[in-house]
Ligand binder design. Structure first.
Ligand code: PLP
Length: 634
């Protein structure tokens, strides 16, 4: 079968300047062209550095006899704990290659301005030999030999690609070795490679966050000319076989990923709380004010809610024994759904096992690959995951920017689809411009879906949420919400027309293929909802009063955050600083979470304060004062 060389280069254009953001190459069979091209295009369009403005795909037919087949260099990993140790390991390998002035080589590598290609360095004289010293020399036309067993063999694509490149380079005429450090600030593993000792990965060759990096091919004239070396690197087609490589280490990716998270201050752990979710909790043998919980109305440990849930447990037991469509629908499940529909003023309602699976189930049932979903850039992860799972085209609009939304909708006029947004944004606490969003959805005949996780029980005079807040009679087509926040329990729900609910019962996989929630859990939501509807909208009033009061406290202490909801984000920026402030506040008796990437964008770490109806004004004053002080000190 014919072979083709396939190359992808992607760049971003800022003014006249073009910046490379992604590149890859493959040698593929004719029947693989479409699949491989699609995968390269996807890669170019989903870079962490941003979307490409220009993508060049180059496909060239090549004959089998033009290709050299090589065995991959044997791989060895040298674990080091700090950069100095890593550099010493690299120096040792360079010495084995006969480089006496090896420190100079490392200096050259880390100090040269970033180049797309590599330096060719005469190992005896340390003279740079590459003809174009601003671009360097690029080794291209190479790939691995595809085989099923190689697919899972290595932990990361870019490691695999590096090994293919290093194998080709190690076999170049006159090249006795190579040293490489990636210029990716998050990737600190580098390597030294040669035919003599194989491919030696060294786990730390630079500090996290450093943009330094480069590649040097070490040259010693033994056969032919420099031109032969360059021709081989740039033109010779090479396929690398992985068979004789060492056994894979299935834990390598996991270990590396944990290490990387720690280095980036993004490692997460759970904290054990020794009491119920009250405004005060017992943590680490200390009573602390809980200012991070979504238990806004303080129903999670309410005596009346618990008593009702326990009594239902006595009658219905603790497990449902099946999925909703088999044996898992009890009177309690149906009662809660009817109550939710009355509460939200819709024809019907459906309960899912959590807010997360509600979003994933609803969106992936409603949309498929022929649809377009317009999604706010700060929507909750469960919405993002639902969008991805649906396989629809996802168009992300600027945060709460209805003009941007309308422009994007207009570009897709006539398409079937959905506009989806949080009602209250979970990490920013601001409120969607719902009247405008509904106007756009109606005008362009799109479904509208609003996630009321943080608006139910919080917004509107009686806590009915976003529509009550805006005084709207028209509702979004899909009103999704959670039972896990202001209602203090567990579960997700959707309210809407009967036909929507019937459709979801039949199509939402996360509803169909999971055992339904326990009758006890359902009962706790019935009790909390009853309290909210019948007697306790005064809790909503108290919460809203606390929100107003806390705005004033923050202003008094020089903090600029304002919010109309229970969520107050205090932006710190740096992840480490945010963690530090959160830990210090805990020592002072305030439990406030530091929210970091990937929940929010890198460099926008924040304290997320969540208010409860039963926080006292004294507590609010005190915490605002402590935060004001700490923020001033950083
Ligand atoms: N939607 C939003 C906006 C949220 O903040 C959350 C909470 O984490 C969810 C959905 C998921 O809800 P649950 O915690 O019930 O799974």
């Amino acid at each position: 079968m014919d072979l083709f060389s396939l190359k992808m280069r992607a760049s971003q254009n800022k003014g006249r300047q073009s910046t490379h953001i992604s590149g890859a190459e493959k040698i593929v069979r004719s029947n693989e062209i479409y699949q491989e091209t699609t995968s390269l295009l996807r890669r170019a369009l989903t870079r962490p550095l941003g979307e490409a403005d220009f993508i060049n795909i180059k496909l060239e037919r090549t004959a089998d006899d033009e290709i050299i087949y090589l065995n991959a260099l044997p791989v060895q990993t040298v674990e080091v704990t700090h950069v100095e140790e890593g550099l010493q390991e690299a120096q040792k390998r360079l010495e084995q290659l006969g480089a006496l002035t090896n420190e100079r080589i490392l200096d050259l590598l880390l100090q040269a301005p970033a180049m797309r290609g590599a330096m060719i360095l005469d190992i005896d004289t340390l003279t740079r030999l590459e003809p174009d010293q601003t671009r360097g020399v690029r080794a291209t036309y190479m790939d691995k030999v595809k085989q099923c067993s190689s697919i899972n063999y290595l932990d990361k694509n870019h490691f695999e690609e590096a090994l293919v490149l290093a194998t080709k380079v190690a076999h170049a005429p006159n090249i006795i070795g190579e040293i490489c450090i990636s210029d990716d600030p998050d990737y600190v593993t580098g390597y030294v490679a040669s035919k003599k000792f194989g491919y030696v990965r060294i786990t730390k060759l630079k500090h996290f966050g450093s943009h330094l990096g480069g590649r040097i091919f070490l040259y010693k004239q033994t056969e032919g000319t420099l031109q032969d070396t360059i021709r081989y690197l740039q033109e010779q087609k090479v396929l690398v076989q992985f068979e004789q490589s060492p056994k894979p280490n299935k834990w390598a990716k996991i270990d590396e990923s944990l290490e990387q998270l720690k280095n980036l201050n993004l490692y997460r752990t759970t904290k054990e709380i020794h009491s119920a979710a009250d405004p005060h909790v017992l943590y680490n043998k200390q009573q602390v004010a809980m200012m991070a919980s979504n238990n806004y109305l303080n129903f999670a440990n309410d005596e009346r809610v618990k008593a009702y849930a326990l009594s239902v447990g006595q009658t219905f037991g603790i497990g449902s024994g099946g999925s909703r469509l088999t044996t898992g629908t009890t009177t309690v499940h149906n009662t809660l759904e009817q109550k939710l529909a009355v509460f939200k003023g819709t024809e019907d309602a459906l309960v899912f096992n959590s807010g997360y699976v509600a979003n994933v189930g609803i969106i992936s049932a409603l949309c498929s690959k022929d649809d377009v979903i317009f999604s706010d850039e700060l929507n909750h992860a469960s919405i993002i995951d639902g969008c991805k799972m649906s396989q629809a085209q996802i168009v992300v609009y600027k945060h709460n920017d209805m003009q941007d939304l309308e422009e994007k909708v207009r570009q897709h006029a006539g398409c079937r689809g959905l506009i989806v947004s949080d009602a209250v944004f979970s990490m920013d606490g601001d409120i969607v411009h719902l009247p405008e969003l509904l106007r756009i959805a109606n005008q362009y005949e799109l479904f509208s879906m609003i996630d009321e996780a943080h608006s139910t029980g919080v917004l509107g005079q009686t806590g009915r949420g976003i529509c009550e807040h805006f005084g709207l009679t028209q509702k979004p087509d899909i009103l999704m919400g959670t039972l896990s926040k202001a209602l203090g329990g567990e579960g997700g729900f959707v309210c809407g027309e009967k036909r929507l609910i019937e459709f979801l019962k039949n199509k939402a996989r996360s509803f169909i293929f999971s055992t339904s929630l326990s009758p006890v859990t359902m009962a706790s939501s019935i009790a909390a909802l009853t309290l909210l509807m019948e007697e306790e909208s005064k809790q909503v009033q108290k919460l809203q009063q606390n929100i107003r009061y806390f705005n004033a406290c923050l202003a008094r202490h020089g903090i600029h955050t304002r919010s109309e909801t229970a969520i107050f984000p205090i932006i710190i920026g740096d992840e480490k600083k945010a963690m530090h402030i959160s830990e210090t506040l805990l020592e002072q008796g305030y439990y406030i979470s530091a929210i970091r990437y990937p929940t929010v964008a890198k460099g926008s770490a924040r304290l997320r304060i969540a208010l409860m109806a039963d926080h006292t004004q004294q507590q609010l004053d005190d915490v605002a004062s402590s935060i004001g002080q700490l923020v001033k000190e950083i």
